[in-house]
Design a protein around this ligand. Sequence first.
Ligand SMILES: Cc1cc2nc3c(=O)[nH]c(=O)nc-3n(C[C@H](O)[C@H](O)[C@H](O)COP(=O)(O)OP(=O)(O)OC[C@H]3O[C@@H](n4cnc5c(N)ncnc54)[C@H](O)[C@@H]3O)c2cc1C
Length: 356
Amino acid sequence: MSNTPDDRARYDAIIVGAGVIGAAVAFELSKKGYRTLNLDKLPAAGYGSTSNSCAILYMQCGTVLFMLEGGHHEKVLPLFDEVGVPYEVWDNDTLAERVPFFEHGTHGEPCRPEDDRFWAEPQGELVGALFTPDSGYVSDPQLATHNLQRAAENVGGEFRFNVEVADVRRADGRVAGVTLSDGTEIDAPVVVNVAGPHSFVINRMAGVYDSMNIKTRALRHEVHHVPSPAGIDYEKEGLHTSDSDLAIYVRPESGNNILIGSEDPGCDPQVWVEDPDDFDDVVSDEQWNAQVLRLARRMPSLGVPNEKKGIVDLYDVSDDWIPIYDRTDLDGFYVAIGSSGNQFKNARWPATAWPN
Ligand SMILES: Cc1cc2nc3c(=O)[nH]c(=O)nc-3n(C[C@H](O)[C@H](O)[C@H](O)COP(=O)(O)OP(=O)(O)OC[C@H]3O[C@@H](n4cnc5c(N)ncnc54)[C@H](O)[C@@H]3O)c2cc1C
């Protein structure tokens, strides 16, 4: 691809990445009148880690959060009251009535099936459950991102796919634009790093990696799909459920399956990935057993299939697990990174804050 004369001065902001957050940044900046260009090395919007997001958000099935003594609900409830999130507090009888397929035992510090403690009798009971009727999930996160792309284009945003950013250029002490892997140079006074698990690679290109107090890294993550137990239509009757006792979350998955994700207990090995273009994307026996057996403890009627099904993708994790939507030491170079497995739901707001 050669430089068009226009490319040099045509854009107010280049956005590196067209995942759900990159597309949202484009939409918000374009609405404000910025001429934006998203560049993505993959063939379509939302094709990167977004495509494998569990996207817990919109399909309104409601969420059940199991309550433990001293658990998350104690922090969350006052915030729900403050901002007016509707909720119901269920005791265990109500939980049994509304969601009959869950066991109520608690099992102490989460552990792996290799540990004898995993198989011990429950130590106590849940305190109950917190139900938020308005929450849910998106069954196709890539389509949601495509829709955001179209919304951004409708207000003037442009997207180019199958193009790889190879360098972030500086001039006069500020960002000047990017260079693509085929040598094309595109200039803009603002460059936004929204490269998901590749965020640290782009920060290195911009020369800001070392000066950042909080850094980002790519963490391998597995999500599994199991068929609903006989007689249960989990796709219709199931809820998104957060089970911090067993350190898993589940939600309905199309095809009457149950999706099982991990809440990252300390006993599970963390697999940090040095090169986000080269990681093992096959579901492992060890993690499949850990996550599926954890659900089987909560849902005794669940069968454990021999055939493993699921996805493997990367979280972009910041040192403190809090995303970074900020400017950097390099004038004009912004980041929307460190989404740590939980920012699909927030993709609409970050771009409203900057740049001014
Ligand atoms: C397994 C899994 C489960 C998740 N579950 C949930 C959930 O239930 N709820 C929730 O809210 N969030 C969840 N998340 C997190 C959520 O999916 C992410 O926060 C969000 O998708 C990140 O979007 P993004 O646009 O920042 O990144 P990405 O979608 O990764 O987009 C980054 C883009 O940058 C492009 N790129 C990278 N380097 C370059 C380069 N050099 N040149 C050009 N393009 C480049 C990539 O091709 C990619 O398309 C989950 C994530 C994973 C992996």
